[in-house]
Write a protein that binds this ligand. Structure first.
Ligand SMILES: Cc1ncc(COP(=O)(O)O)c(C=O)c1O
Length: 432
C-alpha cells in the first residue's frame, strides 16, 4: 500500500522516478542533466561539455577541479579530524577568522560561522537586535529595512522575510514577523535620492535596528548602486544609530573585482555576511563578520545562538585554501576581474543595442544579467534549452539570464559565450 503511494508520488519525466524534492521548481518536470565531471569553467555530462557561465549559482568563483583546493581535502583527511564541537579549536578556524577580519576591514572584529548565506543573514538580524537592546538600551529598535528588489536567502523564515523580491511571497502567507520593511531600490537617474528620502521617513519612528543591503545586487537583477549612494546610507545609519548589514554572500570573494563589493563604496559595514565564494562551493560554509562594537558585547555575556556544524573543521580548512588563492600575489586573481567585467559589460550592452528582446544589461565585474522583455514562460524555457543545446549553462530566473562565470575565466571564453548567447537571442521567434 505504502510503496504504491510512493510510486504515485514520485513521478518524473518519461519513466524516470525522482525521489529528490528540488528547490524552487516543480520536481519531476525539470530535464536535469547528469553531471559526471567538471574542470575549470566547464561541467560535463557523459557526452557533452557546458560552460558553467553562472558558476553554479554564483558559487564556484575559483573554477572547478582546482588542484590546490582539492589537495586541501587530502591534507585535512590526514589530520584524522572529522568533527569536534565548538569548544575545541583548530589552527585553521582561528587562521580563517583572523584573515576574514583583516580583509573585511572590520578591525578587531570577530567571525561567527554558519552553514550558508540564509542562516548567516538570520544570525545578523539576531545580532542587530541584541546590539540595540544591549548597547542602545532600546528594545523598540526591531525593524530591519531591506530593498524591494533583493534576496537574502530562502532556507530560513527570517532570511526569506528579509528578502524583498517575489520569492518571499509564498512564505509571507504563512508567517509574519514584525521586523521587515521595504525600501525602494535606488535609481541611477536621480542618484538614489528618492530611495534616500524613503529611508529617512522610515527612520523617523526610531524603531529601525538595521538595514540589510547586498554588497552588489545579485539574483534580484544586478541593480547597480548609484555612485555615492551607499556612502550616504552609511552616514544616515550612523546618525540614527542604525546598523548597516552588508550581505556579501553572492558579491563577495572577488566576484565584482574587489574582495567585498562594499569596498568599492568606501564604507565599513557593522556586519558582513558571507557564503558561496567563501569556499568556492567546494564545501558548504557561511559566516558573519562583526565589528568590534558588536563583538565586545559578548566579552561579558554569551551569544545565545548556535548550530552543530559551526566552523566545521573540513570547511574551515578548504576556506583557508580558497583564501590563499584569493590573496595570492596581492589578490592577483581578483585584480583581473574588473577588466574581465568590462569585457562582459561591453558585450552585454552590445546585445542591448542590437537585439530587440534584450531590454537591459547590467553588471558589476563578473556579476551580471541580461534582462529580456519577454514574459512568455514557454519561450523563456525554450531560450534556456537552446543555450544548453549550444553548450552554455546560464542560471535564469524569469526574464533574467545571469552571466557570472568563475572569476578565473579566460577572456576568450567570455567572448565566445556572449556571442553564442547573442546568436540565440537574436532570433525572430522570440519576439512577442
Ligand atoms: C545575496 C544572497 N544572500 C543570501 C543568499 C542565501 O544563501 P544560501 O542559499 O547559502 O542560504 C543568497 C543565495 O543566493 C544570496 O544571493
Amino acid at each position: 500500500m505504502y510503496s504504491r503511494y510512493i510510486q504515485r508520488q514520485v513521478v518524473g519525466i518519461g519513466n524516470r522516478r525522482y525521489s529528490t524534492l528540488l528547490p524552487w521548481v516543480v520536481s519531476g518536470t525539470v530535464k536535469s542533466r547528469k553531471i559526471v565531471k567538471a574542470n575549470d569553467c566547464f561541467i560535463y555530462t557523459k557526452d557533452k561539455r557546458f560552460i558553467d557561465f553562472t558558476s553554479g549559482l554564483m558559487v564556484v568563483n575559483l573554477g572547478h577541479n582546482n588542484k590546490y583546493i582539492l589537495e586541501g581535502f587530502k591534507e585535512h583527511a590526514a589530520t584524522g579530524i572529522s568533527y569536534i564541537n565548538s569548544l575545541f579549536e583548530t589552527d585553521q578556524r582561528e587562521k580563517l577568522s583572523e584573515s576574514l577580519v583583516e580583509v573585511s576591514g572590520l578591525e578587531n572584529g570577530k567571525v561567527f560561522y554558519t552553514n550558508g548565506g540564509g542562516d548567516a543573514n538570520e544570525t545578523a538580524v539576531f545580532l542587530a537586535h541584541e546590539y540595540q537592546n544591549t548597547v542602545n538600551f532600546n528594545n523598540k529598535k526591531q525593524r530591519i529595512l531591506t530593498f524591494e528588489k533583493s534576496f537574502h536567502g530562502g532556507s530560513t523564515i527570517g532570511a526569506t522575510l528579509l528578502s524583498g523580491d517575489e520569492r518571499k511571497k509564498p512564505k509571507t502567507n504563512h508567517y509574519s514577523l514584525p521586523f521587515e520593511s521595504i525600501i525602494p531600490n535606488p535609481l541611477q537617474f536621480d542618484g538614489g535620492l528618492e530611495s534616500l528620502k524613503q529611508l529617512a521617513i522610515l527612520f523617523q519612528n526610531n524603531d529601525v535596528a538595521a538595514i540589510i543591503v547586498e554588497g552588489s545586487s545579485g539574483s534580484a537583477g544586478c541593480i547597480n548602486y548609484p555612485v555615492g549612494y551607499l556612502k550616504q546610507v552609511e552616514n544616515i545609519c550612523k546618525h540614527n544609530k542604525v546598523l548597516l548589514i552588508c550581505d556579501e554572500v553572492m558579491s563577495g570573494f572577488g566576484r565584482t573585482g574587489s574582495m567585498f563589493a562594499y569596498q568599492q563604496h568606501q564604507i565599513t559595514p557593522d556586519i558582513v555576511t558571507i557564503a558561496k565564494g567563501f569556499t568556492s562551493g567546494y564545501v558548504p560554509l557561511g559566516g558573519v563578520i562583526i565589528s568590534k562594537k558588536i563583538a565586545s558585547i559578548y566579552d561579558e555575556k554569551p551569544f545565545v545562538h548556535g548550530l552543530t556544524y559551526f566552523a566545521h573543521p573540513l570547511a574551515c580548512f578548504i576556506a583557508n585554501k580558497c583564501m590563499d588563492l584569493y590573496l595570492e600575489d596581492d589578490q592577483c586573481i581578483i585584480g583581473k576581474v574588473k577588466q574581465k567585467g568590462h569585457l562582459l559589460g561591453t558585450l552585454g550592452r552590445k546585445m542591448k543595442d542590437e537585439i530587440d528582446i534584450v531590454k537591459d544589461y547590467r553588471n558589476n565585474g563578473l556579476l551580471g544579467c541580461i534582462e529580456l522583455n519577454i514574459t512568455d514562460t514557454d519561450k523563456l524555457a525554450q531560450i534556456s534549452n537552446n543555450l544548453m543545446d549550444r553548450g552554455v549553462y546560464c542560471f535564469r530566473r524569469n526574464n533574467l539570464i545571469f552571466t557570472a562565470p568563475p572569476i578565473t575565466v579566460h577572456n576568450t571564453h567570455i567572448t565566445e559565450t556572449m556571442e553564442t548567447i547573442a546568436r540565440i537571442l537574436n532570433n525572430a521567434q522570440w519576439k512577442p
